[in-house]
Design a protein around this ligand. Sequence first.
Ligand code: PEP
Ligand code: MN
Length: 337
Amino acid sequence: MYIKTKKNIGEVEKNRILEFLKNNKLGSLVIEDEETLKIGVLGDRSKVDMDRLLSFHGVDELVVIGKSYKFVSREFQKQDTVIEIKGRKIGGGNFMLMAGPCAIENRESVFQIAEQVKKSGAQILRGGAFKPRTSPYDFQGLGEEGLKYMREAADKYDLLVVTEVMDSMDIPLISKYADILQVGARNMQNFSLLKMLGSCGKPVLLKRGLSATIRDFLMAAEYLMAYGNREIILCERGIRTFETMTRNTVDINAIPLIKEKSHLPIIIDASHGTGRRSLVEPVTLAGVIAGADGAMVEVHENPECAVSDGVQSLDFKGFKKLTENLEEVLQLKKRLK
Ligand code: PEP
Ligand code: MN
């Protein structure tokens, strides 16, 4: 439910509504939308007489959102969410390119990669220090050491840092180094992790689960929002299908559909989405044409020798070519009606 207020509601009236919610142990989410103020009501209101609010000065109506995902929906917020991180924006027509290795392997490698991806136009350095590996015998990531290398390299080349958090226990540590906390596909429905990330104070990049429907995906984002985080970037990274020639199947449909249903920015990750180097560029570009607000690409100085996901990683030349064509596609997109 949200409370729709009259145009030009004063601070005093607004605070009275917020106080009512607080006194009834309810949270609130305030947005200004189309010249009206909407106050989303968070929490269990089953024992609260919400109709009392109708007698409050400035309250227009109480609107129950029909969808199961509420505050991430366009019904609640018409305009695109724009997330600004250290002066860089994503959403609402602002494009963000994230690139880097699958895993942070060593200091030298991440510095080399940061330098090259920056040169080609990336704004964010990606890389895992805590890796979700299918086999417990595979490289699990460098942990804090990897985070340090990544932060130093990003600072040197003026990049932001996005990295995965697998366990809520690690949120404080990873928050010290990263600008965006990533929830991996395997954790999309780890609701206790999502709840904790609700109040982490950092933007979250939420990847679509391997077998998550679009509704499941939006509901996972709803968790983050209901627990206090409004800075959410969605990521379409492919889903499991019967196809075996690619690692996953990128659900291109999801991008324009999510843009219809939600105000949140969404990016395309064609590296994990396809699992094949030769498909990364065309599918990234397809995602951008479909409406993605950004892209994530795995890049390695020597993909053949990468510790993980080398087969889907681009080398520097391949990434440069991708960014050149991406620029063309972004220009073309501006001209589309
Ligand atoms: C990653 O981006 O490093 C990753 C593991 O991706 P996903 O969670 O989409 O598999
Ligand atoms: Mn990877």
